[in-house]
Design a protein around this ligand. Structure first.
Ligand SMILES: O=C(O)C1=C[C@@H](OP(=O)(O)O)[C@@H](O)[C@H](O)C1
Ligand SMILES: C=C(OP(=O)(O)O)C(=O)O
Length: 440
């Protein structure tokens, strides 16, 4: 799908945001492992969390979307009939993880301790992504995982596992979560040591022990740790809100309200960086839902941003927001340096290269580095023809840049937005009237 986005001088409105993707995946997986029925209020309607549901159904888990039980945002609740870890059945065919790295890596962890064989496959973007990072620790625990040159298809031959202490060689919440999920069915205790903190939804949602030792986080799960059947409430996705936070911060005039957004500190680095750049973002109505903090955000046009340095421990807390933060940087006065973000090279596409290509096509001054980008901000952006490379975050970041460009921007591969934000183009149109031209 090709979408054309025209510039918009004034942005206003309250766009509807999708449910948090990371929390949705986990709520479905944990509900499947619990004994009894769990309700997930506000489950994501995006493609990736639905890949997790499809895989769970392939393992014999009954999941029903109830149109008659609506959450506060009018989203139908999901009811999952958990049958305990031992209730999962050997799949009759390969489990299709679609475009979702989170599905493949967390599921591999879950299946590592099951006494059957499963094959995990993905689409053309997921297949080349690195899976040795989970196969290594899961192998140390006693599972056998066969891959093709370190990537999917994965053949997981589960078995009896032993707990390990594993120090993460890459800052990855997916690897951490895969090891902890395997730890649920291992003998003894499994501990993941994180030199740099990554998103902590798994340990919050499973109520695991976390210790701070010499500046590192130690997250532990005892084998046999019970997962409770319960109601989960999913916040709105801060990673989706980020597109509107940047749009409102680079626009000439803007007032955008974003309600019920998850504000977990291991996810909200984008707020800190935008504020350091001079953005005007106010948080109100801060509250807690099922262990995850959330709040309402209001962004107004600040009348100019300045460049910043982004690197070190904050990077995992905003890793998915870097493409759109690069758009903010291109519109800011001065230089922005993004470092320590080499993980972007192994996402849905090489996001360092893809972001640089889109911004350069639009007239920005961008230098690619192995682990990030250097952006000399302040050059006027011009409309261009760009390719999202089947990557949702690149498609949406390009659309935000298009709002402040001179002339229309044509975005090929715009359908990718549905991976995390199916209603993105409508939401964008709702704050920038007449700007978004979708095919009939
Ligand atoms: O655990 C998660 O839900 C995620 C972790 C991050 O990936 P890594 O663990 O590969 O850093 C992130 O990029 C991804 O969108 C979701
Ligand atoms: C990297 C992402 O997701 P995943 O790793 O689950 O494919 C993302 O949503 O930006």
């Amino acid at each position: 799908m090709t979408v054309t986005v025209h510039p918009a001088a004034a942005l206003a409105g309250t766009p509807a945001l999708p449910a948090d993707k990371s929390v949705s995946h986990r709520a479905a997986l944990f509900a499947a492992l619990a004994d009894g029925e769990s309700e997930i209020v506000g489950f994501s309607d995006a493609a990736d969390p639905h890949s997790t549901l499809a895989c769970l159904r392939g393992l014999g888990v009954e999941i029903e979307e109830r149109e008659d039980v609506l959450g506060p945002d009018g989203v139908p609740s999901l009811f999952v009939q958990g049958r305990g870890l031992d209730g999962l059945r050997a799949p009759a065919s390969a489990l299709d993880c679609g475009n979702s790295g989170t599905t493949m890596r967390l599921l591999a962890g879950l299946l590592a301790g099951r006494p059957f064989e499963s094959t995990l496959v993905g689409d053309a973007s997921l297949t080349p992504r690195p899976m040795g990072r989970i196969a290594r620790p899961l192998g140390q625990m006693g599972a056998r995982i066969d891959m093709t040159d370190g990537h999917a298809p994965l053949v997981v031959r589960g078995g009896s596992l032993s707990g390990i202490t594993y120090r993460l060689p890459v800052a990855s919440a997916q690897v951490k979560s895969a090891v902890l999920l395997a730890g649920l069915s291992a003998s003894g205790t499994t501990t993941v040591v994180e030199p740099v903190a990554t998103r902590d939804h798994t340990e919050r949602m499973l109520e695991l022990d976390v210790m701070e030792v010499g500046g590192e986080r130690h997250v532990s799960v005892p084998g046999g740790h019970a997962v409770r059947a319960r109601q989960w409430v999913v916040p709105r996705d801060v990673s989706a809100a980020a597109f509107f936070l940047v749009a409102g911060s680079i626009a000439e005039m803007a007032t955008i309200q974003l309600n019920g957004v998850g504000l977990n500190p291991t996810r909200s680095g984008v707020l800190d960086v935008l504020r350091a750049m001079g953005a005007d973002i106010r948080i109100s109505n801060e509250r807690d839902r099922g262990g995850e903090p959330l709040g309402d955000l209001r962004v107004e046009a600040p009348g100019g941003l300045v460049g910043v340095e982004i690197g070190g421990a904050i990077v995992p807390n905003l890793i998915d927001e870097i493409p759109v933060l690069a758009v903010a940087a291109a519109c800011a006065e001065g230089r922005t340096v993004i470092r320590d973000a080499e993980e972007l090279r192994v996402k849905e596409t090489d996001r360092i290269e893809a972001t640089a290509d889109v911004l350069r096509a639009m007239g920005a001054d961008v230098e690619e580095r192995p682990d990030g980008l250097v952006i000399e901000g302040g050059r006027p952006l011009k409309g261009a023809e760009v390719d999202a490379r089947h990557d949702h975050r690149i498609a949406m970041a390009a659309a935000v840049a298009a709002l402040v460009a001179d002339g229309p921007t044509t975005i090929h591969g715009a359908e990718a937005a549905a991976i995390s934000f199916p209603a993105f183009w409508d939401a964008l149109g709702s704050v920038a009237a007449g700007s978004v031209e979708e095919p009939a």
